[in-house]
Ligand binder design. Structure first.
Ligand code: ADP
Ligand code: ZN
Length: 653
């Protein structure tokens, strides 16, 4: 008797392919080899059906080979992937293949060796303080069912110890636990903090593992009832069989969003997976994302607070430097330089933080302190570095620096943001005897760089760290007494609607790096606008009060978390094509609760001689947004294949 199956393939089309299957052992989730056009490919069975169901009259081909007797993908992972495919408007086949390890994606011999667990450790005993214990106890009450718990704890409050405590107690009754961290360089330190108190050594999972290592971790997740995985965003797709808890640490971090190809957010996928496993999730941060704050407000997430630092160290002393008075030289004001000198004299360490990349798209006149706005429609103009022009995203008026007329006689225009390299050079010139390390994604890219960076940082080998966002994330470097934020203005005036949110998070997180042990640390923030009301709000009243005001602003313009949005991006060699296609799409009939902005030039407007434009589609109702995007997707599937497009749901950049 033949059976018929729908197979998902790793191809960029939104459909499944039907084959006849004679293999008795074939199951949903099994990989098969199938003929496809003139090639043969690996696919995954996602459905069985009777011949009568089959529509279309093309000739159905046979499956050539069955690769798995036990399915590679569990029904749970298939369910999660289906959700992700629908939600992110990304083909199911490609979602499923991104959940497979490289070895499973190809028909390659599988390594025989298993994941080797290291020796049983003799753990320290973990004693939580009262505040931590209350939170742990409360979460523990509902540890056996789905629930999103949010631990909002000030920097240094010891959220990690709560995760460890709950994980250890779950492990006693055989459980799999997944801990997500935003950045690969945080895995070693998180592993160390967990294993200090546990008899099970956590397994690491991230992009620096070899295909064989990844394969072994997957096997372990598939076979072992009891394990802890600490990993970066891709770990959210590991083939767990007995998952009892997911932790998403530093939940607000943008790194949980993948910005290439399959544009998912691992935090949101983890919530779906937890629901499918009927287990709890813990999200944690000192600076919750606005989405999460909203979900806390509407009682979708359960909130727990930690108000005190574990070591009782004081929050740092924050000083604002008005850069229009104390003018920076290559990024450094006199106040900051003097403070650096005195701290270095006491053998203390310093972090200099430079605004996030992508923030430097606003141009400021340093004379009259105005942001360059479009003369036609008064929106802030965006500086596109690669074409060296300012472009208005509203009306597309564009100009170069020379033709900008600001309100003063001699405009001195600067794109907000100094580069890390320039700052590094300046610091080396000023302090030739000090050891300086630049940390950014250009400089730290391999596992080796990372290991040596962490080694030198924790062993007091570096005096001054100069870096981008990589530096801020949860690192616990000893002896940091001063943090300088070089250019907060780039964040305050960003054209990105999340600019303020990110800036608030940044100030709070960066400040958390200073003076973590006994002594009080110092933070120096340089700004051209020391009276900025939200900047003052965050400094005086903290992130939470700041977020209330900033959230109101979001609500008034109907942006997330008060609506759901998606970006449709089209690029082509012909400069006019993307724009005209998008103009067509804008005209699509839509429900009146759906709004569309654009077309406007995309963030990377011109790259390799192709031009990109985008529109933003949004709605208060995710369902309506999704339906509208489905219509757009159908249209996009029919256009010339030379024209590239993508859809980005819940974009973060
Ligand atoms: P968080 O986990 O909230 O980010 P941090 O890592 O910033 O907290 O700082 C917490 C510090 O306090 C760490 O050095 C951690 O080792 C220590 N700590 C927290 N809780 C405990 C505990 N229960 N026992 C021992 N040390 C703890
Ligand atoms: Zn304009």
């Amino acid at each position: 008797m033949y059976k018929f199956v729908s197979v998902a393939l790793d191809v960029p089309v939104n459909k499944l392919f039907d084959y006849r299957c004679t293999h008795v052992n074939a199951k949903v989730g099994s990989r098969v080899v199938v003929p496809f056009g003139r090639s043969i490919r690996i696919g995954i069975i996602v459905k069985f059906f009777d011949n009568v169901d089959r529509k279309g009259s093309y000739e159905i081909k046979d499956i050539q080979e069955l690769l798995d007797h036990t399915p590679t993908l569990s029904s749970e992972l298939l369910k999660t992937s289906r959700w992700a495919s629908n939600y992110y408007h990304y083909p199911l086949g490609q979602v499923l293949f991104s959940a497979l390890t490289p070895i499973k994606r190809k028909n390659k011999p599988e390594p025989k060796s298993k994941y080797e667990h290291s020796e049983i450790l003799k753990p320290d005993s973990l004693v939580l303080n009262d505040e931590q214990f209350k939170v742990a106890k409360s979460i523990n009450k509902n540890i056996n069912k789905y629930q999103v718990n949010y631990i909002q704890g000030v920097t240094g409050s010891g959220k990690t110890e709560i995760y460890t405590y709950l994980t250890s107690s779950l492990l006693e009754e055989n459980a799999q636990v997944l801990i997500l961290v935003p950045e690969i360089n945080l895995t070693p330190q998180t592993v160390a903090r967990f294993q200090k108190y546990m008899t099970t050594k956590p397994i690491e999972y991230h992009s620096h593992l070899t295909p064989t290592q990844k394969f072994r971790v997957c096997q372990a997740c598939r076979e072992e009832e009891k394990l802890v995985v600490i990993g970066t965003r891709s770990a959210v797709f590991l083939p767990f069989k007995n998952l009892k808890l997911i932790v998403v640490d530093e939940e607000h971090d943008q790194s949980y969003k993948q910005n290439e190809k399959f544009k998912y957010n691992a935090r949101d996928i983890s919530i779906v997976r937890a629901k499918n496993f009927n287990c709890p999730v813990i999200l944690g941060s000192a600076t919750p994302s606005f989405e999460s704050l909203h979900n806390i407000n509407i009682k979708k997430y359960k909130q727990y607070k930690l108000l005190n630092r574990f070591h009782k160290s004081k929050m740092p002393l924050i000083t604002i430097v008005d850069t229009s008075v104390d003018k920076p030289d290559e990024g450094l004001s006199k106040t900051l330089k003097d403070k650096m000198k005195s701290e270095l004299g006491k053998n203390k360490k310093i972090i200099l933080f430079i605004g996030r990349r992508g923030f430097s798209n606003t141009v400021l006149c340093s004379e009259c302190k105005t942001i360059v706005k479009c003369p036609k429609c008064n929106t802030i103009m965006t500086y596109h570095k690669n074409v060296e022009r300012l472009i208005c995203h509203q009306c597309e008026f564009s100009q170069n620096f020379e033709s900008v007329k600001t309100c003063c006689e001699n405009p001195s225009l600067v794109p907000l943001g100094v580069g890390t390299q320039r700052l590094e050079n300046k610091v080396k010139e000023l302090f030739p005897n000090k050891r300086v390390l630049r940390i950014d994604s250009d400089n730290i890219s391999s596992k080796k760089d990372l290991t040596s960076f962490i080694e030198s940082a924790t062993n007091n080998k570096i005096d001054i760290f100069v870096g981008t966002q990589m530096i801020v994330k949860g690192h616990d470097f000893p002896n940091i007494s001063l943090v300088g934020i070089i250019n907060i203005d780039a964040g305050l005036y960003s054209t990105d609607f999340r600019g303020l949110e990110k800036t608030g998070q940044l100030i709070t997180q960066v400040s958390g790096r200073a003076g973590r042990q006994k002594s009080q640390g110092n933070v120096i923030i340089q700004t051209n606008n020391p009276k900025h009301s939200l900047l003052l709000k965050i400094l005086k009243e903290g992130y939470e009060e700041f977020s209330k005001v900033a959230l109101k602003e979001r609500e008034s313009v109907n942006l997330p978390p008060y609506s759901h949005i998606g970006i449709i991006n089209i690029s082509a060699a012909n400069r006019f094509k993307p724009k005209s296609l998008l103009a067509e799409i804008v005209k699509f009939k839509k429900n009146k609760s759906v709004f569309v902005y654009g077309p406007s030039p995309a963030e990377t407007f011109k790259k390799n001689n192709t031009y990109s434009y985008q529109i933003i589609v949004g709605s208060k109702s995710h369902k309506l947004l999704s339906e509208h995007i489905t219509r757009i997707k159908l249209y996009l599937a029919s256009i010339d294949s030379k024209i590239k497009w993508y859809i980005d749901i819940d974009p973060t950049q």
